[in-house]
Design a protein. Structure first.
Length: 317
């Protein structure tokens, strides 16, 4: 893990816990208390309101997965946990899973962002936002393109995900967002153009080069981060082949990367329509794929897994 990451962790205070203890609604049975990692509330709140319509909601931003768990453990110590308390965490690549803990909802895939980039989600988007009928040829063609391009995207960038898991297992915290940005690939009708060559064989060395550039620029903690990575590089490379065997692309692929693909596909879609490449006109279609609040604007299109519905329905049962 980077030195900067450790320092930031030490500075974080359990503010969500403090806010909860000051709530005037703590003793009210009509309230439920929701603890989120952060912006994932933009996905969950609509669904909580739908499946728990008779409840008032008070929610707290815990600023990360570990802090959600910390608040949960604190509540167990200080109070009696009941169905009024809801905890939501991403599965991520954390080695500690809470899948079998009925008090906590852990995503069935890497993160909530994975639920935004499904075939069913794009079907809703084309139907609701674009205005395509589901039995139209335009709808069929664009869903087919979405699935094909997404598969190529996932296949190519799976190497970053596997490398990242190996780093996590070695307790090496790396800046994964350095490895993929929205500028690193382009979509066209039949294919994706990848601007950087990446593979399982090359990725550990590619990241090492990025750390060496940080040192050249005298970035904060750059030398410590480089030394830590160099010490674990061989171990990371050894782990990669084992992790590859059990990696499930349909569930384990990083959600934030999928959001990059989704933004690019929506841009491709807009150009496709603008250039009259569809059989019908969709003049009313307008969507800002660069919207920072895309988790809110596309929440109604995102998939709601059965495990989340079961978790929420226990409150009304």
């Amino acid at each position: 893990m980077t030195v900067e990451w450790m320092l930031n962790k030490r500075k974080e205070a359990p503010s969500a816990w403090m806010l909860y203890t000051r709530s005037q609604n703590r003793k009210k049975q009509s309230y439920i208390f929701c603890f989120f990692e952060g912006e994932d509330r933009k996905y969950y709140l609509d669904r909580i309101e739908k499946y728990c319509p008779q409840k008032e909601i008070e929610h707290f931003d815990c600023k990360g997965r570990e802090n959600v768990i910390s608040v949960y453990k604190k509540l167990i110590q200080e109070e009696e946990i009941d169905d009024r308390f809801l905890f939501f965490i991403d599965r991520d690549y954390n080695l500690k899973s809470y899948e079998n803990n009925s008090d906590i909802y852990q995503t069935s895939e890497y993160s909530i962002e994975n639920y935004y980039c499904k075939k069913s989600s794009m079907e809703k988007f084309l139907f609701r936002e674009v205005g395509m009928n589901k039995d139209s040829e335009d709808f069929r063609i664009l869903i087919e393109k979405f699935c094909q391009l997404k598969e190529k995207f996932v296949n190519y960038y799976t190497c970053i995900n596997i490398w990242y898991i190996a780093c996590k297992k070695c307790n090496v915290n790396v800046e994964i967002d350095k490895m993929l940005s929205i500028k690193d690939f382009c979509l066209n009708d039949d294919n994706i153009e990848f601007k950087n060559e990446l593979s399982l064989e090359s990725i550990t060395t590619e990241y090492l080069k990025k750390l060496e550039k940080d040192c050249e620029k005298n970035k904060k903690n750059a030398y410590e981060n480089l030394e830590n990575y160099q010490e674990n590089k061989r171990k990371i490379e050894t782990l990669i082949s084992d992790i590859e065997k059990g990696f499930d692309k349909s569930k384990d692929f990083r959600g934030k990367f999928l959001i990059l693909f989704l933004r690019k596909y929506i841009k491709f879609l807009k150009n496709h329509i603008k250039n009259y490449e569809t059989q019908s006109k969709y003049n009313g279609f307008s969507f800002n794929e660069d919207d920072k609040n895309i988790l809110s604007s596309l929440s109604s299109c995102a998939e709601t897994p059965e495990c989340l519905i079961r978790y929420l329905e226990r409150i009304t049962s």
